[in-house]
Design a binder for this molecule. Structure first.
Ligand SMILES: [Fe+2]
Ligand SMILES: [Fe+2]
Length: 283
């Protein structure tokens, strides 16, 4: 199977639109990889969830751009967006109900057609109407993916200075978490597949928040959190697990865990957790 990849022909020339399309291509690629490698349901569910969330966000940004530019083809384009959103959502719902019913080739064909047909066939149509309208482009580009938990307003510059360490023995899980953190505006992300290596990285430089898998070969998430706290008291560790939060909370009692996320994760859920752990002024 040929994976969906970014190619220069997909470049529209409006930086935030191209950046969004690159994220979508990356999410499509990760979806195809997870299906092909028969990844666990919780992981593929996390990728599909991020895809649905990012599709909605991207369409909202494009539609704000149309509004700012007074694009004549807006109504037609917006209708296509709504139909595509429904299709992607239906695919995800079907996956949630019966993961086995979602075949790799089907997802590849659907997502690839979606990408090529929509970007090349429709997104290129608004290019000439919008390119050069810097005010409208800046307004749409300024829309954040994650607006902050509760009344907190997230500013990109503050999130850009955070250091986040992610530990998971599954590289595909590391990929999706990195994608989510990147779209949330976090620039300083370290990834490792081993808890021991994670501790070594923390010894060199503390992290603001650590996202750590619960089940790993060298030690579990609670053991990791205990070691991390010995090295740097107050290290914030969030445990991720396919088990229910209640079970993991019980088994990690006393380890000083700052938060729990159950897989499949959502992009918004992960960023909300991060925002909730930061001291005032950093989120
Ligand atoms: Fe688009
Ligand atoms: Fe579009």
């Amino acid at each position: 199977m040929d994976h969906t990849k970014w190619t220069p022909e997909l470049e529209i020339g409006i930086p935030f639109v191209d950046a969004d399309h690159r994220v979508l291509v990356s999410l499509l690629y990760q979806t195809e990889t997870c299906i092909e490698q028969r990844e666990e349901t919780a992981l593929l569910g996390s990728v599909l969830s991020a895809l649905v969330e990012y599709v909605s966000y991207h369409f909202a940004r494009e539609e704000k751009l149309f509004e700012g530019c007074g694009y004549a083809g807006a109504d037609f384009h917006i209708k296509i967006h709504r139909d595509l959103e429904k299709e992607v959502l239906a695919l995800c719902r079907r996956f949630e109900d019966d993961p086995q019913s979602v075949e790799a080739d089907e997802v590849h064909d659907f997502l690839h057609d979606w990408l090529v047909e929509h970007i090349v066939g429709h997104d290129f149509a608004f290019r000439s109407a919008c390119i050069g309208n810097e005010k409208a482009i800046a307004a749409a580009a300024a829309m954040p993916f994650f607006k902050g938990g509760g009344d907190k307003a997230v500013t990109a510059t503050e999130w850009g200075s955070l250091r986040v360490l992610v530990i998971d023995d599954n590289p595909n899980m590391l990929n999706i978490i990195e994608t989510i953190l990147t779209i949330g505006g976090i620039e300083n992300i370290e990834l490792t597949e081993s808890a021991t290596e994670g501790l070594a990285r923390l010894a060199k430089r503390p992290a603001d928040v650590v996202f750590c898998d619960w089940v790993m070969e060298d030690m579990n998430g609670a053991e990791f959190a205990r070691h991390a706290a010995e090295m740097e008291p107050g290290t914030k560790v969030v445990l991720l697990s396919g088990y229910s939060i209640d079970v993991v909370r019980q088994r990690s009692a006393g380890a000083g865990i700052s938060g729990y996320l159950e897989k499949p994760i959502t992009a918004t859920g992960l960023l909300e957790m991060l925002a909730g752990l930061l001291p005032p002024g950093r989120s």
